[in-house]
Write a protein that binds this ligand. Sequence first.
Ligand code: HEC
Length: 119
Amino acid sequence: MRPFIWLLVCVIALMGSDRFYDEGKKLYFSKGCNGCHGTDAKGLGQYPGLAYRPVGFLNYKLQRYRKKIADTQQAQLMIPFAEHLTDTQIKMLITFFSQYREEFRHSTPVRSIKGDGGS
Ligand code: HEC
């Protein structure tokens, strides 16, 4: 039905996921995604978590934001962050999210923000 997704999955598998994972992680921070989705990519407040989400879903969402398609007002927030991503950058980010490893648990100061009680 959506052959390009399967192609994407194969490309990611073949290109050596480790490099893609590391590059995706770097992009996640350099593009400021962590500001909304959290240092550990598990979401923050109203912002959805991205870690462990399936490849097809992430790809669908990012492709749509990149085309400036927003189903909700919330989704419009994503457009400026997605519109300049290249195909390769999207693949790297998706590799980072979908193959997420628990590596931030002991190293992230941002975790301490969690549970501040809000307002
Ligand atoms: C200004 C805050 C903000 C930043 C920065 C941000 N996002 Fe988002 N992101 C959102 C919001 C809000 C949503 C939920 C939109 C919706 O409801 O459709 C979202 C949704 C997503 C989704 C779909 C997840 C879902 O459950 O719907 C993906 C994938 C995503 N963002 C990736 C990224 C990436 C990659 C970056 C960095 C390049 C990034 N985001 C930067 C606010 C942000």
